[in-house]
Design a protein around this ligand. Structure first.
Ligand code: GSN
Length: 224
């Protein structure tokens, strides 16, 4: 058996993308098993491999982990991306959860009906630039360090970079008023494992395309 973690999800970002980023940042190679049809999901459910009948699911260290947050916490702790003590961990958790909230807003943009897209994007950009980005800009300014927490690379840095890039996909100049986030982006993009993940041909997934929506919705029985 290969020692690599095996990721079970559809061939797109969704909830699994942050797990892909985390493993890549840790320099861990992984295999992926893609759900292509609803039948693939039903088979996986019937096999008993999914504790709550849901994906993401990651086979790692003899376990079948589900629940995105739990999976992320395990990987972050295992690969020393989770701070030096409980207080750093709490700070990292707060940052990661906030970025997850913003990510969800960004991710749901693709699912908006055509006539709601513009307003949805405006609201999301407003949240990003008035609620979330100023916090991270200030954190970097106040401590003057390269990383968000404890002067060492953590899952919070990985999550922030992932989110900054997603936000730029929605609005290319969204970081215009955040010089420290711009330099953070350049710096973290240059961490060797991340640099590799950002190159074409990696397991990083492209944004969900309109044309892929029906397939994903069918797999998960959304809106049926
Ligand atoms: O974060 C988590 O992993 C869980 N709290 C939620 C996982 C979840 O909702 N999975 C859906 C797919 S939507 N995107 O990941 C799922 O597996 N639905 C199948 C079903 O039969 O409920």
């Amino acid at each position: 058996m290969s020692g690599k973690p095996k990721l079970h999800y559809f061939n797109g970002r969704g909830r699994m993308e942050s797990i892909r980023w985390l493993l890549a940042a840790a320099g861990v190679e992984f295999d992926e098993c893609f759900l292509e049809t609803r039948d693939d999901l039903l088979k996986l459910q019937e096999s008993g491999a999914l504790l709550f009948q849901q994906v993401p699911m990651v086979e790692i260290d003899g376990m079948k982990l589900v629940q995105t947050r739990a999976i992320g916490s395990y990987i972050a702790a295992k690969y020393n991306l989770y701070g030096k003590d409980l207080k750093e961990r709490a700070l990292i958790d707060m940052y990661v959860e906030a970025l997850t909230d913003l990510d969800e807003l960004l991710m749901h943009y693709a699912f908006q009906p055509a006539d709601k897209k513009e307003q949805y994007l405006a609201n999301t950009v407003d949240k990003a630039t008035n609620r979330y980005f100023p916090v991270f800009e200030k954190v970097l300014k106040d401590h003057g360090q390269d990383f968000l927490v404890g002067n060492q690379f953590s899952r919070a840095d990985v999550r922030l970079l992932e989110t900054l890039l997603m936000a730029e996909e929605c609005k290319p100049d969204i970081l215009a008023k955040f010089p420290l986030l711009q330099s953070f982006k350049a710096r973290i993009s240059n961490v060797p494992t991340i640099k590799k993940f950002l190159q074409p041909g990696s397991q990083r997934k492209p944004p969900l395309q309109e044309k892929d929506l029906p397939k994903v919705m069918k797999i998960f029985n959304i809106g049926q």
